[in-house]
Design a protein around this ligand. Structure first.
Ligand code: HEM
Length: 374
């Protein structure tokens, strides 16, 4: 509250209060394109042309064109249908995973439920063949390992590049295969689209596919893990959820506010001088928007540090806001609702074995690395 907009030693700005974060998420003078950012411009200039960035890192008009094209097959009006149509399959996957835990005295909720479930869903949605999934997991693990603190920066860079190249080649091949033999999946639908937004090149499609695979991955894993962790810390809420499964709907929104998987949005850049809470952010400055802090802004939310599963009128920023508002929100919500409802229904007397659990090293994507439950 005292410093809603604060300048850091490196010249970047941190924004932490709800009205300011919200206004900046909707401000066209704040760019998502890293080539405008002094910290990333050099790396972006070296990016090979056959590896275009995804629309997450673009500004209008190209952002809007590529997002609309993907939305035509996933988002409104199709989103509810495509996503809701997946609910029986989601339930089947979760049931299978929980069945496999039968007889164990200790489980790891991350490795045995929160990770494999959304990964299976996003792979099925995009049409990643089952036999390719272990390879895919290896690259994602490698890319994540590369950001661990304590790893030699040169090794980090090498690992990131190696994993990035392998992933990009893998997904480009997949796009080509889907062009030749289309299936009932999102990549095939996007590849065959000759609609008003025009065609995407194989490279652009690969970038979108990769964005969906990665974005649909760590984030939902963390929301489910953070959800189980929060339920185990609030046994009364777990009990309420057992009695009233509909509670899962407002509770998922409260989790997105209270334990958001994406803690902040980095790499935005001011294209012009921007006035925020009495401070001028000069043109060219990198800006970080602290979603998690905004979600607990005491001027905006009553009792911000309390987890209130049926909090009314919950206006969190867990999925961002504005033109980059999370594309996968309907999918992530439904997955989390299915996983948490089944967790509450199937586990009798679950107890946290370690509190707090070990966390993933990323400061942006916050969630436990392991969640041991007895
Ligand atoms: C964008 C959070 C799940 C796909 C975003 C943004 C946030 C976010 C905060 C805004 C980024 C920005 O403004 O720069 C989350 C959370 C999730 C989740 C917390 C899970 C709980 C998913 C899933 C998918 C997905 C399952 C894919 C199916 C995307 C895409 C964007 C995005 C494509 C970029 C949208 C754009 O640039 O227009 N997400 N996400 N997300 N998300 Fe998610």
């Amino acid at each position: 509250r005292r410093t809603p907009v604060s300048r850091q030693a490196d010249g970047s700005y941190l924004v932490s209060t709800y009205p300011e974060v919200l206004a900046l998420l909707h401000d066209p003078r704040l760019s998502s394109d890293p080539s405008h950012n002094p910290q990333f411009a050099a790396a972006m200039a070296e990016q090979p042309e056959d590896r275009p960035p995804s629309f997450l890192l673009m500004d209008p008009p190209e952002h809007d064109r590529q997002r609309r094209l993907a939305m035509r097959h996933f988002g409104p009006p199709q989103a509810p249908r495509r996503v809701a149509g997946m609910e029986p399959r989601m339930l089947e996957i979760v049931t299978g995973l929980i069945d496999e835990m039968a007889g164990k005295t200790r489980i790891d909720v991350v490795d045995e439920l929160a990770y494999p479930f959304p990964v299976s869903v996003i792979c099925e949605l995009l049409g990643v063949p089952v036999e390719d999934r272990p390879r895919f997991r290896k690259w994602v693990d490698m890319a994540l390992e590369a950001i661990n603190p304590g790893v030699d920066p040169q090794v980090q860079q090498q690992k990131r590049e190696e994993a990035g190249n392998e992933l990009f080649n893998f997904i480009s091949e997949l796009v080509e295969r889907h062009r030749q033999a289309p299936g009932d999946d999102l990549l095939s639908a996007m590849a065959a689209d000759d609609g008003p937004e025009g065609r995407l090149s194989t490279e652009q499609l690969a970038s979108t596919g990769l964005l969906l695979l990665i974005a649909g991955h760590e984030t939902t894993v963390n929301l489910i893990s953070n959800g189980v962790l929060t339920l185990l810390r609030h046994p009364d809420v777990l009990e309420r959820l057992r009695r009233d499964p509909d509670l899962v709907i407002p509770m998922t929104e409260e989790l997105l506010r209270y334990e958001p998987p994406v803690h902040f949005i980095p790499i935005r850049t001011a294209l012009d001088d921007i006035e925020a809470a009495g401070t001028t952010i000069p043109a060219g400055s990198p800006v970080t928007l602290l979603l998690a802090a905004a979600n607990r802004d005491p001027q905006h939310v009553a009792e911000p540090d309390r987890f209130i599963p049926d909090r009314p009128d919950n206006q969190h920023l867990g999925f961002g806001s504005g033109i980059h508002l999370c594309f996968g929100a309907p999918l992530a919500r439904l997955e989390t609702q299915v996983a948490l409802t089944e967790f509450a229904r199937r586990f009798r007397n679950p107890r946290l074995a370690e509190d707090p659990p070990p966390y993933r090293p990323s400061p942006i994507l916050r969630g436990p690395r392991h969640l041991a439950v007895d």
